[in-house]
Design a protein around this ligand. Structure first.
Ligand code: DQA
Length: 144
């Protein structure tokens, strides 16, 4: 079994970026948390971060036939990208949407999620623990 964790733009700046919203934990700490989960659960997890919409679309397409599930925080592309929505639908893999902050409690433009429409579940406003919650959800959903 293999899961893919995708992080969109500026999430590589975790810990530095608006710590009042996203916390003080760094992106490399997040990678360590995910690596620990991977080892504890004996499930391979690949992490991918990009600031580029097309690179995220490419990565989702490449996951087809290779990965068993996707946990995705599309960051700002959540609210704009039909291309990421279509890629998730095209690959057809079980996917969980993650947002560190509660997008529904923030500006109006963050209330719309395109990518979320292709996800079977959503973890919103749980901080970095949301990634672990999403991986647990994928594990429960994907039986192999
Ligand atoms: C985010 C919320 C988005 O609105 C924002 O653009 C991000 C991060 C979150 O994890 O809370 O970059 O996806």
């Amino acid at each position: 079994m293999k899961f893919l964790v995708i992080n969109g733009p500026n999430l590589n700046m975790l810990g530095i970026r608006e710590p009042n919203i996203y916390g003080k934990t760094s992106y490399s700490d997040l990678l360590k948390m995910i690596d620990d989960w991977s080892k504890e659960n004996d499930i391979e997890v690949e992490c991918f971060q990009s600031n580029h919409e097309g690179a995220i679309v490419d990565k989702i397409q490449e996951a087809y036939g290779v990965c068993d599930g996707i946990a995705i925080n599309p960051a700002a592309y959540t609210h704009t990208s039909v291309a990421i929505l279509d890629a998730l639908k095209a690959a057809g893999l079980p996917a969980v949407e993650i947002h560190i902050s509660d997008i529904n409690e923030r500006e109006q433009f963050r209330h719309v999620s395109y990518a979320g429409k292709a996800c079977f579940d959503h973890v919103i406003g749980k901080g970095l623990d949301g990634y672990i919650i999403a991986l647990d959800m994928l594990k429960k959903t994907v039986h192999k």
